[in-house]
Ligand binder design. Structure first.
Ligand SMILES: [Zn+2]
Length: 220
């Protein structure tokens, strides 16, 4: 996915916010009292700073996230557009690009995965750059979306029962230079599976897993 597409995504989302088009319908029912999300009311707009890596430059974009309130119990939850992940300032696309580059390559290191095609990703007017430890954390986060990945996989197979995707996923491996514990291996494989399943999900349904499915699975 070209990184500039992320900026377009953000602009499109901002326009939808301005026109009041963001609805709570895509959210799951309230986990506390089971009220359907269509009854949720807008609770707050919070301006969030997003970081997008574009041609090795880390750019800041400000954009509101909407919190909806359940009328049954008063708890609130955030609607995440497809470029936003909970607790992350970098866009989901930047996170997937860098973490994906790490898990897809047999040899690359975390250090190398901080690089874009155009070099090390840095902040303009600053010496600060994307840290290898950040890529490590991103792989952990994406590798943890096992529920979401499984759901996406079953939707793909429902749509295309002869798909070879299950066989392909079962054959995946991670170089043993990349992990010391079984837990890390599982996380790395989870991240790699998510990257592959996302690509096939987009091909199959023309939307990202993160348009609707991930938020419905509670980013688990
Ligand atoms: Zn509730």
């Amino acid at each position: 996915m070209p990184p500039t597409a992320t900026l377009d995504d953000i602009k499109t989302y901002q326009k939808r916010v301005e026109k009041n088009e963001i609805t709570p319908h895509d959210l799951p029912p309230c986990p506390v009292c089971n009220v359907e999300s269509i009854f949720f009311k807008i609770h707050a707009y919070r301006e969030r700073r997003f970081l997008v890596v574009i041609e090795a430059l880390i750019q800041c974009v400000y954009c509101p996230l909407i919190r909806f309130k359940c009328p049954g119990c008063g708890t609130t939850r955030t609607y995440y557009p497809d470029f936003a992940l909970p607790h992350k300032h970098y866009t989901r696309q930047s996170i997937m690009n860098h973490a994906g580059a790490y898990v897809e390559s047999e040899t690359s290191t975390y250090e190398q995965s901080t690089m874009s095609d155009n070099g090390l990703s840095v902040y303009p007017d600053s010496d600060k750059a994307l840290a290898p430890s950040t890529i490590h954390r991103w792989v952990t986060t994406l590798g943890g979306f096992t529920n979401t990945c499984q759901k996406a996989l079953s939707l793909i197979i429902q749509q295309n029962p002869v798909s070879s995707i299950c066989r392909d996923l079962a054959g995946l491996n991670i170089s043993n230079r990349k992990y010391r514990t079984q837990q890390r291996k599982t996380g790395l494989l989870g991240c790699l599976r998510l990257v592959i399943v996302e690509a096939l999900f987009i091909e199959t349904f023309k939307i990202s897993i993160f348009t609707k499915l991930a938020i419905n699975c509670g980013f688990s």
